[in-house]
Design a protein around this ligand. Structure first.
Ligand SMILES: [Zn+2]
Length: 259
């Protein structure tokens, strides 16, 4: 057992990639010091499965929401169901929600409406949001500004931006989270990570995707958030223990969870 206390703030253990070894995967995470995992919903079904995982495993918490890829699902009925799901124990956020103009699986107007309605739902429920943005950074910022809330709580996950975008995101009150992508040789995130105050940083795997070096090319899993934290420690020139302690405190405060 490790003395570290890390949290994987963004995982998808409900995806079919983990169907045969969910329990072992959570145990492997525990052994390297990943004590908790936030499992993020991407559709109504995935959100329900996230809650089931949280009920089954003490280490797992759930977020419920509809991903931009599935934003055509969002209507009044689904929003009502999400609201009901959000009342379940261990549901700590609305997400993942956002805009993805890179894959563009749904038209812009459908994505924007789904994003807006789920942002409004999160504000109504006083829950933080987990935001996915890809090739849609300025539209995402504009949407947040147009809602004109001063109460934003949440995280931009798998952060794709430069220092200028980080500054806007921080000014709005959000946290910023990084995946294994920062361990890749061609990553340019170092400058941005040096800029972001440690008390606004989160680490995540986004597993089964975004596998860090030295496991790049294989399936990702929560244990590997260790390598993301290690990279942040190297960039910020502080200890791994310090990164673990501060980022874990950040997740606990943001999502209102305690050991
Ligand atoms: Zn994700």
């Amino acid at each position: 057992m490790s003395n570290l206390n890390l949290i994987d703030s963004h995982a998808h253990l409900d995806f079919k990639d983990f169907v045969n070894d969910q329990t072992d995967t959570i145990q492997r995470a525990r052994e390297v010091g990943v004590t908790r995992i936030i499992n993020i919903g991407t559709s109504l079904t995935s959100s329900q499965q996230a809650i089931e995982l949280a009920q089954k495993y003490p280490a797992v918490y759930a977020a419920v929401g509809i991903h931009p890829h599935d934003s055509n699902e969002v209507n009044h009925e689904i929003l009502t169901k999400l609201k009901l799901l959000s009342q379940q124990p261990k549901v700590v956020a609305i997400g993942e929600i956002g805009l993805d103009y890179f894959k563009m699986y749904q038209p812009v107007d459908i994505q924007e409406r789904a994003f807006q309605r789920q942002l409004e739902l999160a504000l109504e429920l006083k829950l933080p949001v987990v935001i996915h943005t890809r090739a849609a950074e300025s539209a995402t910022i504009e949407m947040l500004k147009s809602i004109q809330s001063t109460d934003w709580q949440g995280v931009f996950h798998c952060f794709p931006g430069d220092v200028a975008l980080a500054q806007q995101v921080l000014d709005l009150g959000f946290h910023i989270s990084y995946t294994g992508v920062i361990t890749f040789k061609n990553s340019t995130a170092g400058e941005v990570i040096r800029y972001i105050p440690l008390d606004r940083l989160l680490v995540e795997t986004d597993c089964p995707f975004m596998t860090p070096v030295p496991h790049r090319g294989k399936r990702n899993e929560p244990a590997y958030v260790y390598f993301v934290a290690q990279k942040i420690a190297e960039i910020k020139q502080i200890s791994l223990e310090q990164v673990a302690e501060v980022t874990t405190g950040n997740v606990e405060r943001l999502f209102g969870i305690r050991e």
